[in-house]
Design a protein around this ligand. Sequence first.
Ligand SMILES: NC(=O)C1=CN([C@@H]2O[C@H](COP(=O)(O)OP(=O)(O)OC[C@H]3O[C@@H](n4cnc5c(N)ncnc54)[C@H](O)[C@@H]3O)[C@@H](O)[C@H]2O)C=CC1
Ligand SMILES: O=C(O)[C@H](O)CS(=O)(=O)O
Length: 474
Amino acid sequence: MNGLNYINGEWTGQQLEQKNIYNPATGDIVGTIPKAGAKETSVAIDAAAASFKSWSEATVYERYRLLKEWAKLIIDQKEEIARIMTLEMGKPLAESRGEIDYAVSYIDWYAEEGKRIYGEVIPSHKPNNRMQVWKKPVGVVAAITPWNFPAAMLTRKMAPAFAAGCTVVVKPSGETPLTAIKLVELCHEAGFPAGVVNIVTGSSTEIGGELMGNAKVKKVTFTGSTAVGKKLMEQGAKQLKRLSLELGGHAPIIILDDTDLDKAVEGTMASKFRNAGQTCVCGNRIYVQEGIYDAFIERFAEKVKSMKLGNGLNSDTDIGPLINHGAVEKVEEHVNDAVSKGAQVVVGGDRNAAAGDNYYAPTVLKDVNANMIVMKEETFGPVAPIQKVRTDAEAIQLANDTPYGLAAYVFTENLSRGMKLIENLDYGVVGWNEGIVSAAQAPFGGMKESGVGREGGHQGIEDFLEKQYVSIGI
Ligand SMILES: NC(=O)C1=CN([C@@H]2O[C@H](COP(=O)(O)OP(=O)(O)OC[C@H]3O[C@@H](n4cnc5c(N)ncnc54)[C@H](O)[C@@H]3O)[C@@H](O)[C@H]2O)C=CC1
Ligand SMILES: O=C(O)[C@H](O)CS(=O)(=O)O
């Protein structure tokens, strides 16, 4: 699939130098995209600005209709899109299909939320005066998305932006742009007016620099690493650019000795190995209370041993490749460092070269301690480091000892222990006896250096609206 850029209702970029997109499972070229830069990005921003007035003045019911048509087209073409996603990102087809349903759930949710953009009437303190709060779309939005959820991270931004009446310029990850281009193609097919949605691919720094520096862009919504998020915040300071940042995580999983062992094993498997551990909410640090430590490791290791590594196109694959070789090297560095500092490998612990250059075996480490890199830095891979803890207080202290604050997980059947523990955790998203928690109707986002703002829920559309207080003399 040779993707193009889409600017002002036209497919462009054929004449530009092209970048190859590779299948992480095999190294094969699966497509190409234009190497656009600041010039093309500026044209896309102008198109989004030119279409903003008419789009923002359309009724929410017209925007609802287009969003629902877009959602329908995505579902109709789910198999084709899932295949594109697996070919460029590597995740098993079943996960790609699941992500497409998840991505569409954000479109469905915000198609409806657009109808509930309510203002306010405030009782005035003066007899001939009325006070109101009006809400209006913020304007042209830039959406910068990561490679690990090429569809869901896009619709989690585009859907509320469109529903609020904003127009959008998308910059997808250079690793997985083909899925994004396909979704934009379906916006075109659904009948979105020219300029409302635009997509540019190419140099992140050039395109990003134009998106952050062009005053016509009123809002930037970013999902990706904390390092890039900080860079964007610095760039945005010049114009006080509205920013939403969904950044990195380093999720702790706390398993107390009164847990239901099956729930704890099942929830930890789901959280840890989803997308081969390449999600910002994957469990990265597993703290197990001493009374259940051996029993948990034994049960958990048996499940991990049964996981099948392979090409995501094969129906029996549980774990696909990592996104690229750099990701494998980072995982290997974390495991080797842990072992050198006393960790024991219970399962895995090595690259699975037989499967391919970008594979790493699902791995369980025990006898882990806080001095190991794996317990300080996000691994973004299929490694489950398990540390023994004695008390609830020790678990809370260890869990919070990080600059990250995105997701955390607690497994206990005791209501008051669970409440007290969670109240003391500095995390924006918490699973209690649950390993997979993200949903379109819930606010998703981090505390501390994991981000700013929320996506999903009724909260997620507020970031695309400005509030206008109007005092009316009558
Ligand atoms: N909080 C969340 O919801 C999520 C966080 N992440 C985090 O992102 C990382 C992995 O995803 P990646 O895509 O590798 O992250 P990344 O930060 O390298 O890239 C994210 C996006 O930003 C773009 N980008 C990179 N440098 C840029 C710059 N200077 N200006 C403008 N755009 C730039 C990339 O091309 C990509 O589209 C992990 O740390 C993960 O935890 C990833 C997905 C979701
Ligand atoms: O990119 C990610 O890691 C997502 O934010 C995780 S989730 O919201 O899809 O669970």
